[in-house]
Design a protein around this ligand. Structure first.
Ligand SMILES: *[C@@H]1O[C@H](CO)[C@@H](O)[C@H](O)[C@H]1NC(C)=O
Ligand SMILES: *[C@@H]1O[C@H](CO)[C@@H](O)[C@H](O)[C@H]1NC(C)=O
Length: 375
């Protein structure tokens, strides 16, 4: 199956000159034959028209209630793929509520048959199908997708070279023993332990592995009331422990980096934390910084990034219905009158037109002006 044959969407741009230029642009495409898919996750892929030879791969993992399409349109990665010629894989959760399974023993175990296993199989399929560069395979995610990013780093450290996690939790912190469970102890920032204990939790997901591991960039906002900011500290402890750094002693603390209000904590070449003061769970994806972290631009230096342009895109981290960064989207105005939103679904927010009543016993809980959630 050639995906390029499916990539047929034409997009007309309208420059100010009289002759309108037609620019062909690849489209997001579902792949159903990527191999073993024990957990039923869906695979979507974005292959830019101008693909580099031996391209890099970025696995971009959505938030709860998100979709591949929502993460494709709501983050800068596809446009960056157009620019730099890499492939983006957008996995899509098969679980009700659209969260990733980061809570069952299966998904927290290498080749355990959970969602992490399915995503890893999407990546190995793409490497062979597109003759991609094994040394440039990356993963990034937001919220539930950031939790999965940490889980993938722990379960498949040999597959990924660098990772970027926005508003997640340490690998294993969300354990409940059920598929796609919600561990509120962890979410509320009450799962607190030592760096060696967190490191062991990660190491136990692929016992005996001694090879290289992905470089980790951990983002969080201080005003996150969905996944409490203590999870920033705990996640840094985890990877500091894995890499042999000391959580309490970053090598560099860089205020107002990468932009005003953020502080960057550089532990060394394998671990960086980015903490946004006043930033909520709707933490913006910093495409430019991620490209630099992955080495797609700038050589991957961790210490010379103070001049990164703030080409951030504000995405709604938990809803598929808002298109905050899109200037051309239209919204329908009818609100379904008698429907219920399931647990974890969106139930209110600027521009939101879906169900506003939460399934019992959940309450519509305000998170920010764009997003309230059934909790
Ligand atoms: C939630 O995770 C913590 C570890 O982060 C664990 O101690 C606790 O038992 C988990 N809660 C549930 C309900 O499984
Ligand atoms: C967690 O990290 C942030 C950012 O470095 C820091 O301001 C805060 O004091 C830390 N919290 C704890 C409990 O150490």
């Amino acid at each position: 199956m050639k995906f390029s044959t499916l990539v047929s969407s034409l997009m007309a741009l309208a420059p100010f000159s009289a002759a309108a230029e037609i620019v062909k642009r690849a489209t997001l495409t579902q792949v159903t034959n990527f191999g073993s898919n024990p957990s039923g996750a869906r695979m979507f892929i974005y292959v830019p028209d101008r693909l580099q030879p031996n391209p890099a791969i970025l696995t971009a993992v959505h938030y709860c209630t998100g979709t591949a399409q929502a993460f494709y349109t709501g983050t800068p990665y596809a446009r960056l793929a157009d620019q730099y010629g890499f492939i983006v894989i957008y996995p899509e959760s098969p679980n009700s509520g659209g969260c990733w399974d980061v809570s069952s023993r299966a998904s927290l175990t290498r080749n355990g048959g959970g969602n992490s296993n399915s995503i890893a199989n999407m990546v190995t399929y793409t490497i062979s199908q597109y003759n991609a560069d094994r040394n440039r395979v990356f993963v990034a995610g937001t919220s539930s997708g950031a939790m999965m990013t940490n889980v993938l780093a722990a379960t498949y450290p040999d597959l990924f070279k660098a990772a970027s996690a926005y508003a997640g939790v340490p690998a294993g912190c969300f354990y409940t023993g059920t598929v796609a469970g919600w561990n509120s102890t962890c979410a509320n920032g009450q799962s607190i332990t030592t760096q060696s204990a967190w490191a062991q939790t990660a190491l136990d997901m692929y016992p005996g592995y001694t090879g290289p591991r992905p470089r980790m960039m951990i983002y969080h906002g201080s005003a996150d009331t969905t996944i409490y900011p203590q999870n920033f500290n705990e996640t840094l402890k985890q990877w500091a422990g894995v890499f042999g750094y000391s959580y309490g002693q970053p090598q560099q603390t860089l205020p107002n980096n990468p932009s005003a209000g953020y502080t960057k904590y550089v532990y060394g070449p394998n671990l960086v934390g980015v903490y946004g003061t006043g930033v909520t769970h709707n933490i913006p994806v910093n495409g430019a910084l991620d490209m630099e972290w992955f080495g797609i631009t700038g050589g991957g230096s961790t210490t010379t990034t103070s001049t990164v342009a703030p080409s951030t895109t504000r995405i709604s981290t938990t809803t598929s219905s808002s298109r905050i960064s899109s200037s051309s989207s239209t919204t329908t105005t009818s609100t379904p009158s008698s429907c219920t939103a399931p647990r974890w679904a969106q139930c209110a927010g600027n521009g939101y037109t879906g169900c506003r009543t939460c399934a019992s016993p959940y309450k519509c809980t305000y998170q920010n002006d764009w997003y309230s959630q059934c909790l």
